[in-house]
Design a protein around this ligand. Structure first.
Ligand code: PA5
Length: 501
């Protein structure tokens, strides 16, 4: 596939303190809150060593205890997935993803995706970034065969799930009509996550009620995505699903690094996204990370300067300021990636996703004048997808906008972007720009792979294992103990409630 030049860039010049000719209050602030060129320069040797280490970790079969857990499989996976599809076609994992997504697209109008954490946030980020903002509201003709997509199983909110099932009950009455059929994708690598497992029970019960307990649709329209072994695979098999209809998350890919496994690819294909372009973008980023020098390597640049900001300048807050509301969920996906990967041993930056300009009217004040504990990474989109909306001339000019009549929303956004960063620079508030040429699958593939690689590099720089999330176990353990200790509902009441569903 021939792709235009759509490489993403990281520009961090504003994080570097300009040489001070004489003492000024601003120069003093800059010396304190920005980096020196020398400091970045001095990192380069260490970065090269870490890059070599991360590259070598891909090949380790039996990692030493100090490196465990090690789940570096995500690094080569995009290229491997493309290669395997080229060689094996339908029999490859991507071939299976495309076949099962086609089945759901052809036979349903709604699909609910169940999963939490790394088994949810990537797919949600892809949906929000790459689908129409009002995808689920669009008439079927405009959706062109793509089902509406819902996300559940990412909390234990009784009423949210009840209301989704209520929607299905009212919108989907006749299972004979394809436009009223719905399906589900259940994603859990371990198969043992309470939030997802509980939602799956409720969703399956609802599907059974709708299609009938013997209906083949229960097997056709319910697709599990899970690890090579575990409770969800056992359950799916027990429910009569052939192994070919169960998608696999490789053992050596951790949850929050799994967006380019069927965890993200199946929902993406159901949404009608170009999954190959996603993978091509991700594979290109891996290649760039492994081969390019620092000056052309956004992974190394981002990891280095953010590491220095956190570890040496005490900027423990890391704001991802997304200048497109379509990217907010990419920010939430990164929140989890950073938190679970580096929030260990009483260290690790705290991620904060802000949508600009929206949050300039809430967090903006704090970012401009509050505690000096943050670095801001702007996520900027160079080119809007749609025709610019021009302000235009109006008969009434009480709002005084006629002076801008030949300006369009992208011009306003550009002025807001430049004005904001100028204001931050004048107060020595550190900002850098992650620049996307546009929003499409190829670009988002690059971006997500870049942030995953940068997180691993940062972990290795600070001596923190970026894989595993031991801290998450504490709440799970307590929740199970408490659940076991509290009395169950009386039998009759359970039966009544199930009947009601
Ligand atoms: O990054 C991770 O590994 C976690 O966030 C998991 O994705 C999350 O806990 C869900 O786990 P599972 O897919 O096993 O249900």
């Amino acid at each position: 596939m021939q792709l235009p030049d759509e490489t993403i860039e990281y520009q961090y010049a504003r994080l570097i303190a300009p040489p001070a000719e004489s003492w000024t209050p601003l120069a003093e602030l800059q010396a304190k809150h920005l980096l020196s060129d020398d400091r970045v320069e001095a990192m380069k040797a260490k970065l090269n060593t870490v890059r070599g280490q991360v590259a070598a970790e891909r090949e380790l079969q039996n990692p030493p205890p100090r490196l465990q857990p090690l789940q570096a499989g995500f690094i080569n996976l995009p290229q491997q997935t493309l290669d395997s599809y080229r060689r094996k076609g339908d029999a490859s994992e991507l071939g299976k993803v495309l076949r099962l997504s086609q089945r759901l697209k052809e036979n349903t109008d709604r699909v609910v995706v169940l999963g939490i954490g790394g088994s949810y946030l990537g797919a949600k980020a892809l949906f929000d970034a790459l689908c129409h903002t009002y995808h689920n509201e669009l008439p079927a003709k405009m959706r062109m065969g793509k089902p509406r997509v819902y996300f559940e199983g990412n909390n234990v909110d009784n009423d949210a799930l009840a209301e989704l099932l209520e929607l299905f009950e009212n919108a989907c009455v006749d299972p004979e009509l394809p436009e009223e059929r719905w399906g589900a994708v259940v994603i859990s690598k371990s198969g043992g996550t309470m939030e997802t497992a509980a939602a799956y029970r409720a969703v399956r019960a609802e599907m059974t009620k709708f299609y009938g307990p013997k209906s083949d649709w229960l097997k056709q329209l319910l697709v599990p995505v899970t690890g090579p072994k575990g409770k969800l695979r056992d359950l799916a098999r027990a429910e009569g699903l052939p192994d070919d209809d169960i998608l696999t998350i490789p053992d050596d890919v951790g949850g929050r690094y799994s967006v380019f496994t069927p965890v993200g690819l199946l929902p993406a294909a159901i949404m009608g996204l170009d999954v190959r372009a996603l993978l091509i973008g991700a594979a290109a980023m891996t290649k760039r990370f492994l081969e390019e020098p620092f000056d052309r390597n956004p992974v190394l640049q981002y990891a280095a300067v953010n590491h220095l900001m956190t570890e040496e300048l005490g900027k423990t807050g890391r704001v991802m300021a997304v200048w497109s509301r379509k990217l907010e969920s990419v920010g939430f996906w990164y929140d989890q990636l950073l938190s679970e990967s580096l929030g260990k041993n009483n260290r690790g930056a705290t991620p904060i996703t802000s949508v600009y300009t929206r949050d300039l009217h809430s967090r903006g004040q704090q970012h401009q004048e509050g505690t000096r504990d943050k670095v801001i990474n702007n996520l900027v989109v160079r080119q809007a997808k749609h025709q610019p909306i021009v302000l235009g001339m109006s008969d009434r000019n009480e709002d005084e906008l006629n002076q801008f009549s030949r300006k369009a929303l992208p011009d306003v956004l550009d002025a807001a972007f430049k004005g904001t960063n100028q204001a931050y620079a004048e107060a020595a508030r550190p900002t850098a720009d992650l620049i996307l040429p546009g929003i499409n699958e190829h670009v988002i593939g690059q971006l997500m792979q870049m942030l995953m690689l940068a997180t691993v590099v940062e972990g290795r720089l600070m001596g923190t294992n970026p894989y595993g999330q031991p801290g998450v176990e504490a709440y799970k353990k307590n929740m199970m103990t408490l659940l076991k200790a509290t009395p169950n509902l009386p039998k009759g009441e359970v039966a009544d409630q199930l009947k009601g569903r």
